[in-house]
Design a protein around this ligand. Structure first.
Ligand code: SAM
Length: 236
């Protein structure tokens, strides 16, 4: 369970009504029952339920069960989709190892404004579900051009281009040098990239253009496919 509070031995964590309801009425936990909590900074802790009346509950931290460890540094840059499709894409990107979520606005991007709070709560839900202790960094949306301009020359881009010739993506990824830290995976909008945008991305010194196969995938499917291939090559 994600809690936005410092975690240390003996710390008492007040739960909001939603969290208390989830523990007491959905999970049917009772006083003294253990819960694993994390806050994105202090590792994972075992805490015990302390019931405060029928609807309220606190947690009391007892011991650290996992060290915080390093946050994922893979950057998933994507043209934001609308509502439920974006919720899905954010959750899958986090489950598939993205540490930074960077919405990039391209000419054919459907959603011009991004609800960062909604993205953050989806990212937290995905982290809770798959046991990640760091909360992904949710960045403000920016134009593809500005994003690329701000990218360190050393950073490597995996450019998922629906127009790329069909070839085994693992061969393309083999061209990535050993410095895989901070890899950037870019997936475009439902309407695809314009040729001008292709040229912008290709102009980045260290960029591999990747085909995700002979079929055109929906953008949220492409997110899963691209990150699965990258993770299988990165092996972490
Ligand atoms: N232009 C197409 C269209 O309008 O149907 C497709 C865009 S596709 C739905 C959205 C994004 O997913 C693309 O910009 C690309 O990043 C990625 N994508 C989808 N299929 C792909 C493929 N076969 N190879 C590489 N990338 C793909």
């Amino acid at each position: 369970l994600f809690v936005d509070a410092p975690l240390q031995a003996g710390a008492r964590i007040a739960l909001d009504r939603g969290q208390a309801n989830y523990l007491l009425n959905v999970l049917r936990l009772r006083a003294g029952d253990p819960v694993l909590v994390f806050n994105g900074r202090d590792g994972e802790w075992r805490a015990e339920v302390s019931v405060e009346g029928r609807k309220a509950a606190d947690l009391v931290c007892t011991e650290r069960t996992r060290e915080q460890g390093a946050a994922a540094d893979l950057v998933y840059a994507f043209a934001p989709l609308k509502h439920a499709r974006l919720d899905y894409m954010v959750q899958k990107a986090v489950e598939m190892g993205a540490g930074v979520l960077q919405p990039v606005l391209t000419r054919r991007t459907q959603a011009s404004r991004v609800n960062l709070e909604r993205m953050r709560s989806n990212a937290i839900e995905a982290a809770e579900q798959c046991g990640i202790l760091s909360i992904p960094d949710i960045r403000e949306e920016e134009s593809l051009e500005r994003f690329l301009k701000g990218l360190d020359k050393e950073r490597q881009i995996v450019f998922c281009d629906e127009d790329a010739p069909v070839a085994n993506p693992v061969d393309a990824l083999a061209k990535l040098g050993n410095n895989r830290s901070g890899l950037v995976v870019i997936v475009g909008p439902e309407g695809g990239f314009t040729d001008q945008e292709r040229a912008l991305v290709a102009a980045h010194e260290r960029c591999v253009r990747v085909s995700l196969g002979p079929r055109i995938l929906r953008a949220d499917t492409a997110a899963v496919a691209a990150l699965a291939i990258v993770q299988s090559v990165l092996g972490d």
